[in-house]
Design a binder for this molecule. Structure first.
Ligand code: NCD
Length: 343
């Protein structure tokens, strides 16, 4: 296996996948694969280190996944969440981060509502920062676990060459940090990405996220279905579209009524119309090519963007994404923490 070394200057933090050279990306993905082969071999890799989860925004699977990953490497984990921290008293993200760094922790895993928050914190601390999702910007470990899961299912783990693969991302792409990280990683590996949705959720400007026509925008899902190798379904992020940005509603199910703030900003006109056009229903899933796979970063709004029988069906790799998420985060923590990379 080739061992490519990325430039040292780019390896202290994991802030995003946009602009990352193919060589660096493949290096990280190979580290994930090595971790997947012998996960138990690294049980003491981070013994004596403390990883701090700084989650200024809600999360279930990402926070737990980072926690399980750090513990499997022998690290201790401390948790700080936005609701219980002094951030709610007005302390800035930077103050919070520098104080936690001063306690002697080895790395910060940061999730925040503000796009760019992880990079801002990284500018002010000397320890590695792993971006666990910053606003609408990036979610790099999700991007890595998504491409890892696709490579695993479609037999690309040796080559990391996605040329010839056509992958759709469907739904609220404009609000999605997952989509931005996915588009960066998928196109860097050579895939063709089709962003599918109405103009307010999938604007034409998405085509500028990758060179040479590698990102297309489509308004209709049905004609694409038989052409896809993978389809990534996204949740409508009602909480990012509300007028005050703090709505935090759940969508209420297929027959449910839209949250008032989401209705107020016209994210989607009605759940029923959205389902009619863009949901991966059981009927639509039958039109996917044999061997095509279905992904979703979670949390799923079952019955809105994805039918339960598809989420739990044979083409779904959604739980594989979750399993691979732990492996990817173990690999990234080990990559960033097992050597002293301070300047
Ligand atoms: C995503 C996120 O938080 O960006 N979820 C996740 O990390 N698993 C997507 C979402 O919230 O819809």
């Amino acid at each position: 296996m080739a061992t490519t070394s990325p430039p040292a200057a780019t390896t202290r933090d994991l802030l995003g996948l946009q602009g990352m050279e193919r060589e660096h990306l493949v290096h990280l993905l190979r580290a994930c694969r090595a971790m997947a082969r012998v996960p138990g071999a690294h049980a003491r890799a981070l013994a004596g280190k403390v990883v701090a989860n700084l989650f200024f925004e809600d999360s279930t699977r990402t926070r737990l996944s980072f926690t399980v990953a750090a513990q499997r490497l022998g690290a201790d984990v401390v948790d700080l969440s936005g609701h219980t921290s002094s951030v709610s008293k007005g302390e800035t993200l930077i103050d919070t981060a520098t104080n936690i760094e001063a306690m002697g922790v080895s790395a910060l895993v940061v999730r925040a509502k503000q796009s760019g928050a992880a990079a801002l914190i990284a500018d002010h601390v000397a320890i590695p920062v792993l971006n666990a999702g910053d606003g609408k910007h990036e979610h790099p470990t999700q991007g890595l676990l998504d491409v890892y899961t696709i490579a695993e299912a479609l037999g690309r783990l040796d080559t990391w060459d996605f040329a010839g693969l056509r992958i759709a991302i469907v739904g609220d792409i404009v609000s999605s940090r997952v989509a931005r990280s996915d588009i960066a990683a998928l196109t860097t590996l050579g895939a063709q990405v089709v962003c599918v949705g109405a103009p307010n959720l999938a604007p034409m400007s998405l085509t500028s996220l990758a060179p040479a026509g590698q990102v297309e925008v489509a308004r209709e899902l049905d004609p694409l279905l038989p052409t896809l190798d993978a389809i990534i379904m996204l949740r409508i992020q009602f909480e990012r579209s509300s007028a005050d940005g703090h709505a935090g509603h759940s969508a209420g199910g297929a027959q449910g009524v839209l949250p008032p703030k989401a209705m107020g900003t016209n994210v989607i006109a009605s759940v029923r119309d959205y389902r009619d056009q863009f949901a991966l229903t059981a009927l639509r899933a039958q039109r996917l090519r044999r061997g095509a796979i279905v992904l979703h970063p979670g949390p799923i709004n079952r019955g809105i963007e994805l039918d339960a029988e598809v989420a739990d069906g044979p083409s779904s790799v959604i739980l594989r994404q979750v399993t691979n998420g732990v492996t990817v985060r173990m690999a990234m923590l080990k990559e960033l923490l097992s050597e002293d990379r301070r300047p």
